[in-house]
Design a protein around this ligand. Structure first.
Ligand code: ATP
Ligand code: MG
Length: 287
């Protein structure tokens, strides 16, 4: 099965992706031979008048969220605990439906999960009895794209820096390495949108730094759109093109700012420190 056949409709059999898309797509995906480094094909995400209330709760947990994430943008959702970041991420992914309003990906309303967008959580959730390569191949196996495994999995493991570990059991890997396997697995089905819910928060500082840089590099190489949930202002400044700051009760967006931490995004550079400090100040004064 080609990627085109597998992914031009979502789980609800909606119209071909891109049909209602106002943004240009330099490379439409027509076949299953897409190399991990080739295309620029990030999803265009629109969140419209979205409000949500959990059953049994007295007030809205999210209130009138309106956001457009252009194709290829890395956007951070920053906010204090309980302001609704994970809820918003789940609503974007289609794992939950909003009480009001909606999420549109490439112009199509999101009604359910899809292989075109993947969520990564804090825990990598690997199958412990399988090797690194077998875990990385799982998404392709579930999507019945087994023929792509021999070519794509080695390329993905190289991309995440795990080529030497392909045959190792994932139980023998460090937490950071396991999260890299989860990243490879997430990327295997060539999603257009990565939804990251504090995926590095369980890792030590050194490993976290390496993954922050690598995930941004990979997202930019692939042209992916990324929504990153984080508590960590430095992480947002390192990884994101844009930050939305959320406040609680009800969860809402109080600041929407583009980030310009200098061309290198180097933690020790004055440009980075100035941008991090600006974001921290915005957070302290609005969240
Ligand atoms: N299943 C649920 N049922 C009822 N209320 C919920 C449920 N899940 C979350 N909430 C409430 O909704 C609000 C937002 O929760 P959410 O998990 O989205 O916050 P968060 O910003 O991701 O927090 P954290 O940074 O701690 O992960 C919180 O007040 C939480 O208690
Ligand atoms: Mg959360």
């Amino acid at each position: 099965m080609t990627r085109h056949a597998a992914f031009t409709t979502n789980a609800q059999g909606q119209a071909p992706r891109g049909a209602a898309l106002p943004v240009a797509r330099p490379m439409e995906v027509e076949s299953g031979d897409r190399a991990p480094h080739s295309p620029k094909a990030g999803a265009h995400v629109q969140i419209e008048a979205l409000s949500h209330r959990y059953r049994g709760m007295s007030g809205n947990c999210l209130d009138d969220i309106n956001v457009t994430v252009p194709s290829g943008q890395v956007m951070a959702l920053v906010g204090r605990s309980g302001c609704g970041k994970s809820t918003l991420l789940h609503l974007i992914s289609g794992l939950m439906q909003p009480a009001q309003g909606g999420v549109y990906i490439d112009g199509n309303r999101v009604n359910a999960a899809s292989p075109r967008w993947v969520v990564m959580f804090q825990a990598p959730s690997l199958f412990p009895w399988m090797s690194v390569a077998q875990n990385a191949a799982l998404g392709l196996r579930f999507a019945r794209r087994v023929s792509e495994i021999p070519e794509r999995v080695p390329a993905l493991l190289e991309m995440v820096g795990l080529s030497a570990y392909a045959d190792r059991n994932v139980q023998d890997l460090s937490g950071g390495q396991q999260q890299r396997v989860a990243l490879a697995r997430s990327l295997a089905t060539q999603p257009e949108l990565l939804l990251l819910d504090e995926p590095f928060s369980a890792l030590d500082a050194f490993t976290r730094r390496a993954l922050q840089q690598d995930v941004r590099r990979i997202a930019k190489e692939l042209g992916l759109t990324v929504v990153l949930v984080t508590h960590d202002i430095t992480e947002a400044a390192i990884m994101a093109d844009r930050a939305l700051i959320m406040a609680p009760d009800p969860g809402r967006i109080v600041t929407d700012t583009m980030l310009d931490p200098g061309p290198e995004r180097h933690r020790d550079s004055p440009a980075f420190e100035a941008e991090r400090a600006r974001l921290a100040h915005l957070f302290e004064t609005t969240a």
